[in-house]
Design a protein around this ligand. Structure first.
Ligand code: ADP
Ligand code: MG
Length: 680
C-alpha cells in the first residue's frame, strides 16, 4: 500500500518555536513577557498577529469629503482642545477640533487619559477611524492617531500597520520584530503543490510579509476586501488544516460493523397509520431517505435540519420504530429534563401502541426507577430510551444499541456524542438541529455526514404574525397581551439583558419583572428565567409556564429551543435591534406551535438607522428559517452569526466559513484527496 500523504508536521511544528529561542533584534525578555500575556509566544503567533488596521498615508481625505461609517484617514491642525467628565458614569473625555483647511471635524477619546499629553493644541495630527453622525454633528470617536512632526511632514505613499494595544508596546516596535520573523521560517510548503499552483498562492512567508506591510493602496484594498492572495492563502491554510485534522481524528472502525437490515415499506405505512396526523412531504421524504440508505446497507450519519416546530421529533420516532422492528434499541439524547419529558410523553402515546417499549432516564428519576431502567436496557426489554446527560454515565449499558438520536445537537460536544455512540458496536446516528443554515455550511459544520432539510411546516401551523413596535408604544402591546391572557393564552417576554441601569433599564428582564408584577400584570402569575439562575431553577420555571401555572414568562435568551408550549401565542422581544435575525427567528419560533394565530412584537428602541429597520422588516415578511439564515449570514458572516455558541466555526482566526465558502469547499476537497483514508 502506498503511504498516505502526510501533513508536513515538522514545518508546522517549527512555526511554533518559542520567541525566546530566536534572535530578534530589539525583542528583550520584558517585551516577550508582554507579548506572551497577549497570547503571542511563538514565531507563528507573532506572524499571525495581523494589524488591526493600517494607516494609509498616501490617502488622506479632505474632511468635507470624508464618507461616514468607513475607515478614513484625516489630517489637520488641532484648533481647540477640551477635557471634561461625563455626567453619569464620570468618564474623562478629551475632545478636539481638527481643521484641515477644507473643514473641521470633532474628534473624541473616552477614558484614555494616558494619551492626553500627546495631543497638544496647534499640533498637526493624523487620525484614523470612522466618522459617524451624532447629536452634535459629524464626530470621530476614539480613533488611532499619529502626531505629525512638521507641518509639511510628508510620509509619501507609505502604509503603516497599526496593531492591537499590548501593554504599551508601540506599533512600530511590534512591526520591527515582525519584519525579522519570516527569515526564521522553515520554507517547506505545507499545502499540496497542486493547490498552490491552482490558486497561485504566495508562500506563507511572503503572505505574512505582505499582510503586515502592504506596499500600496491597491494591495491594501484587496486585503481589506479579503481578496488578496496573501490573505486567501492564510484562510485556505487554516481551513485545510482544520479538515485534515478532523479527517485524521475519525475513529478507525467507523462505518464497518453497523447494524444492517431491510426496513419494509409496510412498516412505514403502519407508523403513518398510527399517527394522529399526516406526515408532511418533507418529513416523509426524510424518513424514506433514511429507510432507503438502510436498505442499501449504508450507515446513517445524518444531520436533520429544520426550523423550530417543523416536526423533527416524529422523524426520530419513525426511525426508532424501524429499528425496533429489526430488534435494535434506540437512545434519544436531549439537552434538558423538560425536553426529555416532553419527548417521552409523546413517544409513549405514539409508539407504545405500535409495540415499542419506551423509558426515560434523567437525573430527576429516583434511584429505584433508574435501576429498573438500567436493567431493562441491559437485557433488551426497552426499545427506546429518552434521556439527558444521565444516558452518558458508564452504568448505562445496552443489549443491542443500533441507533443514536441527538436532539438539539448544537448543545452537545463531540465528546458527549461519542460517549453515547460507544455504547453500541457501531450504531447509526441521526442528529437534529433547529438552527437552519445553508447546506454547504451545514456540511462543513457536521463533518463527513449527510445533511437533510425539513422546510415544510405542519399544515395547522399559521405563520406568526410579526410587527415592529416602538418601545414608546409598549402600552399598546401590554393591552394586547392582556386580551390574549383573558382568552387563556400565555405570553413570552424576552430581554437582551438580565439587569440594566438607567438608560438600559427597559432592556432588562429583572427590572421589568418587578414592574410587571406590581403594575402591568399584577393580577396574573409572572415567571422569570435568565442565565444567572441555576439550571434546575430555569427548568422548574419552564415547566411552570408549560403547565400554565405562570402565564407571562420574562426571559433572556435562555428559554429552551425545543420546548413546546402550544398555548403560548405572544412573543414580545425587547431591544430587538440587539439580536441577530436568526436569533430573533428562533425566539419567535417558541410561539405558533398550536392551532391559534400567534403574534410576535419586535420592540425597537429609539430611532434606529435605516439598515437596522430594513433588517428587522425582513422578519415581518419572511418565515422560512433557511431564507432568514442566508440573509443574516450575508450581512454578518458566520463568525458573528454563531457568536459565542460552541459551533467550532467561529474559532477560525482568518477565515469565515460563510464569506469564504468557496475556499472552505476547496480546502475540504483538497484535504479529502490528501489525507487518504487507509485501506479505502
Ligand atoms: P421541532 O422540529 O421543533 O422539534 P416538534 O417535533 O417538537 O418540532 O413538533 C412540533 C409540534 O408539531 C409537535 O406538537 C408535533 O406533535 C407536531 N407535529 C409534528 N409533525 C406534524 C404534522 N405532520 N402534522 C401536524 N402536527 C405535527
Ligand atoms: Mg425539537
Amino acid at each position: 500500500m502506498s503511504p498516505p500523504n502526510r501533513l508536513n508536521e515538522a514545518t508546522l511544528a517549527q512555526r511554533e518555536t518559542p520567541l525566546a529561542a530566536l534572535k530578534i533584534k530589539g525583542l528583550g525578555a520584558k517585551s516577550r513577557e508582554k507579548l506572551a500575556k497577549a497570547g503571542i509566544a511563538t514565531l507563528g503567533d507573532l506572524l499571525r498577529f495581523l494589524p488591526r488596521d493600517y494607516f494609509d498615508y498616501s490617502r488622506i481625505v479632505a474632511i468635507p469629503q470624508a464618507p461616514l461609517e468607513q475607515q478614513v484617514h484625516v489630517r489637520g491642525r488641532i484648533i481647540s482642545r477640551e477635557m471634561s467628565i461625563t455626567a453619569v458614569k464620570r468618564i474623562p473625555v478629551l475632545e478636539i477640533l481638527l481643521d484641515d483647511g477644507h473643514g473641521t471635524l470633532r474628534v473624541m477619546w473616552f477614558n484614555q487619559t494616558h494619551i492626553h499629553d500627546r495631543i497638544i493644541k496647534n499640533q498637526t495630527l493624523s487620525v484614523f477611524g470612522k466618522i459617524r453622525y451624532e447629536r452634535n454633528g459629524r464626530t470621530m470617536n476614539s480613533p488611532t492617531f499619529e502626531v505629525v512632526a512638521g507641518e509639511d511632514a510628508d510620509t509619501g505613499g507609505q502604509i503603516e500597520p497599526v496593531y492591537r494595544e499590548i501593554g504599551g508596546l508601540r506599533s512600530q516596535q511590534i512591526n520591527g520584530w515582525i519584519k525579522q520573523a519570516p527569515a526564521h521560517l522553515d520554507t517547506a510548503e505545507i499545502l499540496p503543490a497542486k493547490v498552490v499552483e491552482h490558486f497561485q498562492f504566495p508562500s506563507f512567508a511572503t503572505a505574512v510579509t505582505r499582510l503586515h506591510n502592504p506596499c500600496d493602496s491597491n494591495q491594501l484594498d484587496a486585503i481589506r476586501g479579503h481578496r488578496d492572495p496573501a490573505w486567501q492563502r492564510l484562510v485556505f491554510e487554516e481551513f485545510f488544516l482544520f479538515h485534515c485534522r478532523r479527517l485524521a481524528a475519525k475513529p478507525p472502525q467507523a462505518g464497518r460493523r453497523h447494524p444492517r437490515f431491510q426496513p419494509l415499506a409496510g412498516q412505514l405505512q403502519a407508523f403513518q397509520a398510527a399517527l394522529p396526523f399526516q406526515l408532511t412531504g418533507d418529513q416523509r421524504a426524510v424518513v424514506e431517505q433514511a429507510a432507503a440508505w438502510l436498505r442499501a446497507g449504508k450507515k446513517l450519519t445524518c444531520l436533520i435540519q429544520g426550523d423550530v416546530g417543523c416536526g423533527k421529533t416524529v422523524v426520530g420516532f419513525a426511525a426508532a420504530y424501524l429499528f425496533k422492528e429489526a430488534a435494535w434499541q434506540t437512545a434519544l439524547l436531549c439537552p434538558t429534563v423538560v425536553l426529555a419529558e416532553q419527548h417521552y410523553q409523546k413517544a409513549r402515546a405514539l409508539l407504545e401502541p405500535l409495540g415499542v417499549t419506551t423509558a426515560i432516564l434523567t437525573g430527576k428519576n429516583s434511584r429505584a426507577e433508574i435501576r429498573d431502567v438500567l436493567e431493562r436496557l441491559a437485557d433488551g426489554r426497552v426499545d427506546l430510551v429518552i434521556g439527558t446527560h444521565r444516558l452518558l454515565v458508564d452504568d448505562v449499558v445496552f443489549a443491542r444499541l443500533g441507533l443514536v438520536l441527538i436532539d438539539e445537537q448544537q448543545r452537545f460536544g463531540v465528546a458527549q456524542r461519542s460517549a453515547l455512540l460507544q455504547k453500541g458496536l457501531d450504531p447509526h446516528y441521526l442528529a437534529f438541529s433547529a438552527t437552519p443554515i445553508p447546506r454547504s455550511l451545514a456540511l462543513t459544520l457536521f463533518g463527513e455526514g449527510d445533511v437533510l432539510q425539513i422546510r415544510q411546516r405542519p399544515a395547522f401551523q399559521k405563520p406568526v404574525r410579526t410587527a415592529l413596535k416602538r418601545s414608546a408604544n409598549r402600552d399598546e402591546v401590554v393591552t394586547f397581551a392582556r386580551k390574549r391572557l383573558a382568552l387563556g393564552e400565555s405570553i413570552f417576554w424576552v430581554f437582551p439583558l438580565i439587569e440594566g441601569e438607567e438608560d438600559s433599564a427597559e432592556r432588562s428582564a429583572h427590572t421589568t419583572f418587578h414592574r410587571f408584577r406590581e403594575h402591568e400584570f399584577a393580577d396574573v402569575a409572572v415567571g422569570l428565567v435568565h442565565g444567572r439562575l441555576d439550571k434546575d431553577h430555569v427548568e422548574a420555571e419552564m415547566q411552570a409556564f408549560k403547565d400554565g401555572r405562570t402565564r407571562v414568562l420574562l426571559a433572556t435568551t435562555v428559554i429552551e429551543v425545543g420546548v413546546d408550549v402550544p398555548h403560548a401565542t405572544v412573543m414580545v422581544i425587547e431591544g430587538a435591534q440587539y439580536f441577530g435575525l436568526s436569533q430573533l427567528h428562533q425566539l419567535r419560533g417558541r410561539v405558533g406551535r398550536g392551532e391559534d394565530q400567534s403574534f410576535c412584537f419586535l420592540m425597537v428602541e429609539g430611532t434606529p438607522d435605516k439598515d437596522t429597520l430594513q433588517r428587522l422588516r425582513f422578519l415581518e415578511q419572511h418565515h422560512d428559517g433557511f431564507d432568514i439564515a442566508e440573509f443574516d449570514l450575508e450581512q454578518r458572516g458566520a463568525g458573528e452569526f454563531f457568536g459565542t455558541r460552541q459551533s467550532g466555526l467561529s474559532d477560525f482566526q482568518f477565515g469565515d466559513p460563510w464569506r469564504d465558502r468557496a475556499l472552505m469547499q476547496a480546502a475540504r476537497q483538497a484535504a479529502l484527496a490528501y489525507v487518504t483514508p487507509d485501506g479505502g
